[in-house]
Write a new protein. Sequence first.
Length: 354
Amino acid sequence: MTVSVESGPDLAALRHHGDAEVGPGLVDLAVNVRAGTPPAWLRDRLAASLDGLAAYPDPARAVAALAARHGRDTDEVVPTAGGAEAFVLLARALRPRHAVVVHPQFTEPEAALRAAGHDVDRVVLGQGDPRGDLTLDPASVPPGADLVVVGNPTNPTSVRHPADVLAALARPGRTLVVDEAFIDTAPGEPDALADRRDLPGLVVLRSLTKTWGLAGLRVGYALAPADLAADLRAAAPPWPVSTPALVALEACSTDAARAEADAAARALAGDRDHVVAALRAVPGVEVRGAPAASFVLLRVPGRPDVRERLRARGLAVRRGDTFPGLDAEHVRVAVRSRTISDRLVGTLAEVLAS
Ligand SMILES: Cc1ncc(COP(=O)(O)O)c(C=O)c1O
């Protein structure tokens, strides 16, 4: 593992997201939302919630359901308008003297911190070692950092850090933010910290966007010590999470919904094994790390044109070069059905042979 600590303010790159890559006639391999979602039963629950729209949202039921699910007090739960809002609330609520974001990772945490006027240091995994394994050594995080942000599993690397490695980052005087937006893409949510109340300053962020196909609803939540949760609530506008979003939080916290997510995660693992094996067999393609989420990070040495070439052949993949620590030889591809994956692999082989 190679690590460097650096700073860099490229806000435009940080604000680039996979949805900018998709377009009419293109197969979407750029956005990591589960295909075929939201499920019909969830759409029905959301549709039924429209009858209550004349009233202001009341988060009580959603908060109680989430608290029960995670074995927490209700004052440790903060519904948010997606993980993206949670990063903004944290940036508003905290006054870090030394904020560190572990990259490559989702870029909104750093963008939100910078937009709120905070300086950000980067710990860049795999820097200078494009074949490095992208795992995290807690010793690489500066000991004086009072805010550390890490994704688990991490977008775009698909690497999942062991719970004990992340736990080793928690300490009094530091806020440790673990973004678990993709944790439910693995059966049983291994290495999740959401239920841990013993780690000082731990904030866990969750999202319903990916597994439940609710990107357009804007729904997620934060789990934090009560005092920090209160600060996050205070940083939010009034009624930040809509009634349908609160209904989704409650509906997706049931045992039945969790079993459904688990079954989807098991199916995903099979589809991921299929595409990873096929990609590894393509000459000139490197699969980075050990993919553990619903996407795979690829490196195609010497072929920075690969994204445009795939696009010209109808396949939209996520560019890698806007992620700190990666470059144009990287692309991220969503795990899709085997039919779509086979088309991706065949097209990629053709492109690289040309
Ligand atoms: C790792 C990660 N965390 C959080 C988010 C935010 O998602 P949302 O705001 O839709 O919950 C995303 C979205 O792409 C993401 O990739």
